[in-house]
Design a protein around this ligand. Sequence first.
Ligand code: ANZ
Length: 971
Amino acid sequence: MSETNPAATAPVSADAAPHRYTAAMAAEIEARWQDFWDAEGTYAAPNPKGDLAGDPELVAKPKKFIMDMFPYPSGAGLHVGHPLGYIATDVFARFQRMTGHNVLHTLGFDAFGLPAEQYAVQTGTHPRVSTEANMENMKSQLRRLGLGHDKRRSFATIDPEYYKWTQWIFLQIFNSWYDDEAKKARPITELVAQFESGERAVRGDRSWDELTGAERADVLGEYRLAYASDAPVNWCPGLGTVLANEEVTADGRSERGNFPVFKSKLRQWNMRITAYADRLLDDLDQLDWPEAIKLQQRNWIGRSEGARVDFPIDGERITVFTTRPDTLFGATYMVLAPEHPLVEKFTPDAWPEGTHDAWTGGHATPAEAVAAYRAQAASKSDVERQAEAKDKTGVFIGAYATNPVNGEQVPVFIADYVLMGYGTGAIMAVPAGDQRDFEFARAFELPIRCIVEPTDGRGTDTSTWEDAFGSYDAKIINSSSTGSSSSGEGVTLDGLPVVEAKERITEWLERTGAGAGTVNFRLRDWLFSRQRYWGEPFPIVYDEDGTAHPLPASMLPLELPEVEDYSPRTFDPDDADTEPETPLSRNEDWVNVTLDLGDGRGPRKYRRETNTMPNWAGSCWYELRYLDPHNGEQLVDPEIEQYWMGPREGLPHGGVDLYVGGAEHAVLHLLYARFWSKVLFDLGHVSSAEPFHKLFNQGMIQAYVYRDGRGIAVPAAEVEERDGAYYYQGEKVSRLLGKMGKSLKNAVTPDEICAEYGADTLRLYEMAMGPLDVSRPWDTRAVVGQFRLLQRLWRNVVDENTGELSVVDVAEGDIDAGTLRALHKAVDGVRQDLEGMRFNTAIAKVTELNNHLTKAGGPVPRSVAERLVLLVAPLAPHVAEELWRKLGHESSVVHEDFPVADPAYVVDETVTCVVQIKGKVKARLEVAPSISDDDLEKAALADEKVVAALGGAGIRKVIVRAPKLVNIVPA
Ligand code: ANZ
């Protein structure tokens, strides 16, 4: 925490050895090697063909595509928490290069997004200008870390040459539909052909050629994988934009800005990700991802098996979705979501005779009650509506529907605990089995019928129950009808366990036409338009009928126009009755165009789509651009894509070999990117159906936050520690672990650490802090430990006084056995640790070897020093290059072979185990100190002498104390 560090500054003082490894020396070495790498193109990964083709020998090696989640170039720059993952992938990539792989490792920028736009709104600076400045700043911060990126492959999502292809992919998605039979996306032209030939019927009784252009467009819109619809969306007046479900917090507010979010009907673009729900779920099984992330995706997709059941009402029907059709006999009322489109239709003019007072909400007519309740529900978010609050609200709509299983009339309610966006937006309510229904039934005095025999001793008298009984491990009761159902055919479920009852009732529903088994998903289509400036424009124009037309690919990229005002119009955050006004819509010249779309209709007037794509779009396919970054003709050359991404042994769906990033991207980015991959795969543009084969989530670097008496964060760097307490300007402050960042005044930049110790030390420190997937607190005072390791390493190879090499040439056979054992054990361990991404333990092993050499005294044998330097190379590449050069090598260490251990030196030393029979020593075994009790017992019983001594006698008992003792008691 103190500003000057004695350890770092002492070595540069005049009386220190002139050739000691110091911060100043590190700075000089690091800058020199970074320039060298850039000049030599050391990290260039050759493609099998095209403009990045190169060394065929390297191309012939197995490939490794190692990738980070690319950064958003924020104005605040990087703090030491950001590069944790970048350093880890870099170490891993370097190790892979040294173990015979052609490694693709690079980094681009995810550069569209709100902060730059908000900055533009405040300052008038074009978002491109501020974004580019931020990128320059980040690039120089990253360059200092010595990351081995193939810079030829870097790009930003805001580059028109990049977003040209983002727009092109949008067009592919727009121009395709999901064929449920083939279970894949197909070009929309093939669907049109089916309509034209009559192979597929158009809805209603009209034929395709009777439809107008606009009508055809409507029909196709119901199939396209990208489509515009008037669905209810999350409208956030405070931000002036609509948001995806994923961008709305658990308490129904905008993730950014924390403004209220309302459900509002607006015409918006959507992506039909729901068509892929099954495949997105099934293919997870083959991916090498953390289980926690897979689970989050599974829950997000939310597959439920159940049934749809039709409840007849007034010659029509209300269809419900239920996961428990076996509880149909317990359905004593129904609930529609307040915004359900059938509510008006079934709401009568007057309350039926004898309507319970509690059901009317005190309103004179059903219509009034419905209107009042709807207004109340509209002001709540989905999450608030689903919250497990005890006070369930709702009103009776004045109508009854028929329970198909027993012909009973059940009252129909609207209540906000039923959501329009799930299932069918309507439920059959089973108060005995569902807690929400139970609470509602109690509040509205509705019957609670016991249909599952409780297994917890509560009995079947529901008037004594305190909650619903939801178990699957019970038997169905009170569930039989004999022809009283609407179809006239009876059914009985009594005595059946739940699972069988579900099967029997589903068969019955299907046989009688009252319903059918179905699978429901929680996943919704992806809302894909934003009322923003700083995003990709849609390659869509509208004709005078309002029909959407895709731009031909030759008109891409459609670049963002220059505008004067970047802000979407924002409104009173609480005013739900507002509508978005996009920044692009205010540019008449850009919006109104005359174009020849090449569709045979000649030049016509069109209006451009004025929404932009969400900032997830650019990160949905960026891994592909790294492969073939300058291709202006094709998304990616198929041979190049196949080389880096194609399926192969161990990679059944293909994909990036290692993708490292934060766990916060579990569902958004990772689900969207998988979806785009699958569409591109189906349409034949790529050979990999999954983007990322192996995913790894790095932990967070946390930092201490110090707060004064008022709870205000104080600058962490100026806090002093005395006797276990913390002081800022003399005043005692509290300390808690939190996030690192400017706002908490505890950010430490990589630049500071590089200046004080060098990048190699920073890299080592970040990797040594703990296992990569675990969060860890930053401690600037501990960084010096890794600096000292590098100093000792240097001292083992270079004479600090003369700067000359201090190693000696010794034949391998003449090196002392202890050193050889230390060396080979380190080689073996570091190899395994780096392969397994256990960077912290790899560093511990390097340290151990280095300490061994220091303690051994005397000059280090050259061949040992060389291998030590090679072990260090992935972790601290600059100092390794420097020492490698000093050791007399002309070429970079980057493409050297990683050392291989001689197994003879790796085997553990053994210990002697005594084997006794009835307390008498009969044999001695040489065993590994780590041997397990089981293995030792087996070894003892198999020993010749033991077998002989037992002479065929049975064994009563074996007492094992690994690794030193086995005592056998014969029968
Ligand atoms: C009757 C029933 C009886 C239910 C029972 C549950 C237990 P998951 O598992 O999440 O798919 N439901 C259906 N649509 C709904 C909607 N739009 N809003 C709120 N709730 C809805 O949940 C499915 C269950 O949630 C369905 O099964 C339905 O209640 C309710 F003992 O039907 B069930």
